[in-house]
Ligand binder design. Structure first.
Ligand SMILES: [Zn+2]
Length: 446
């Protein structure tokens, strides 16, 4: 099967490409870029990408798919459906399912369910410790053989520095990055929002920024001690970002990601006690958002990840202190990230870098995150000018927990191609495909 994504604007920072080109795909691989005058072989299916941006497939480094165990919130099938409609060709599945993905059997189950769904690629992340309880290391080697790309006890921090040191030394032996959810438990315990002005006014127990910073500093020190690859999940505080900046200056292998809600909303959003503002780490105050913006601008922050965390409506309907943490994010991340481009915080090249190139590099996803010849034909097609409103009632996720319902956005992924197959096409852009290319100049030639 041959596919030509014709006349788009190809942006691929991995090759330094930023030009009007056509992208030629054969079966599940990229063949290469054609200039506008080159003719593809007859019978090639064409996607007309005139006026659109063609980028390597976006990768979400941080997704909670909830299967196995919590299929009433999300299944792997519904999760990947939400992923491709949000422009993601690949998601990395966090292990806090039931059972926890702390062994090869669960890893294999996740991969098999993803293959059955046949939409986005799913790379599982294995647990650092058994049942993510923080006391005994999980079998990282067996999980790596089964297909995990990183380890994390996300949802919780690793409780002691000694255990984290052993985890890093062990993971390093398998060349697996260690992802930490930075939350020093004795500081954060019982907290349900950011500790500050608004937690006082609302009478809700706060989590101080220092809880994240203490663990971020610990992890950077341990990265230096062990030489492990360390990735900090969903950084949300000035101190954590500063810790990563210093670690990078020292040349340590430390990277981090940020989630869109952490720069889009402040802790003030909790004032109506809407549980769709209850996330962990919590929405922060303005000074922390300024630090996130600066980290995105100067490259300290490597990636944008969704932390897509579906929760059932009945559970989110509980009182603020009883409701679970988390919001969905796969279908709003790209739209919210385009805000940053319009505000001049990041360039469109950097948008592609933080969604595609860098996630692939950090998790060593070979032949992904790039449009190089021979890479997997995973492509995200973007329309930076497309105006739309997020309507959660039409979400592909099984859950509806988002603070962004009804939000007007400009910029979206309009088509998602995985392994050479168009797995998502925005309803307003159906006209872009459906005709067979006929060689015009040289009839009969291929
Ligand atoms: Zn987390």
């Amino acid at each position: 099967m041959r596919l030509l994504i014709a006349s788009g604007y190809v942006i691929d920072p991995s090759q330094g490409i930023n030009a009007g080109k056509s992208l030629f795909i054969e079966d599940d691989r990229i063949v290469g870029l054609l200039s506008q005058s080159d003719d593809p072989p007859e019978g090639t299916k064409v996607v007309d990408a005139t006026g659109l941006i063609v980028a390597a497939g976006f990768i979400d480094m941080h997704t909670h798919l909830r299967e196995p165990g919590h299929e009433y919130k999300e299944t792997i099938a519904s999760g990947v459906s939400a992923a491709v409609s949000g422009g993601f060709t690949t998601v990395c599945a966090m292990p806090n399912t039931s059972p926890v993905n702390d062994n090869a059997a669960v890893t294999r189950f996740v991969i098999e369910q993803a293959q059955r769904a046949g939409l986005a690629n799913v790379f599982p992340i294995g647990a650092i410790t058994k049942n993510s309880e923080g006391s005994e290391l999980a079998e990282m080697g067996e999980m790596k053989s089964a297909g995990i790309v990183a380890v994390s006890d996300d949802g919780r921090s690793v409780p002691s520095a000694g255990m984290m040191r052993r985890a890093m030394e062990y993971a390093r032996g398998f060349d697996l990055p260690v992802i930490d959810h930075c939350e020093e438990r004795s500081l954060a315990r019982g907290g349900m929002m950011h500790e500050g002005h608004w937690s006082l006014i609302l009478g809700l127990r706060g989590m101080p920024a220092a809880a994240e910073e203490v663990d971020a500093l610990r992890d950077c020190a341990l990265a230096e001690l062990t030489g492990a690859r360390v990735h900090l999940a969903h950084v949300s505080t000035r101190g954590a970002i500063e810790a990563v900046r210093r670690a990078k200056e020292k040349g340590l292998s430390v990277t981090c990601e940020v989630a869109p809600h952490h720069w889009t909303l402040t802790d003030e959003a909790a004032q109506d006690y809407d549980t769709n503002t209850k996330v962990n780490p919590p929405l922060r105050s303005r000074e922390h958002i300024d630090a996130i913006i600066e980290g995105l601008r100067d490259g300290t922050i490597d990636a944008i990840a969704t932390d897509h965390a579906p929760q059932h409506a009945d559970e989110k309907a509980l009182e603020y202190d009883q409701a679970p943490f988390g919001i969905t994010g796969l279908e709003t991340a790209v739209g919210l990230a385009f805000d940053l481009v319009r505000q001049g915080v990041i360039s469109i090249e950097r948008l592609v870098e933080v969604f595609a190139n860098n996630p692939a590099r950090i998790f060593s996803l070979e032949n992904r995150g790039t449009l190089r010849a021979g890479a997997y034909a995973d492509v995200t097609i973007l329309n930076p000018a497309f105006q739309w409103t997020f309507d959660v009632s039409r979400s592909k996720s099984k859950s509806r927990n988002t603070p962004f319902d009804g939000r007007a956005m400009t910029g979206a992924a309009v088509a998602t191609i995985v392994a050479g197959r168009i797995v998502y096409l925005h309803p307003d852009f159906q006209h872009l495909i459906g005709f067979e290319h006929k060689a015009l100049a040289k009839s009969g030639s291929t």
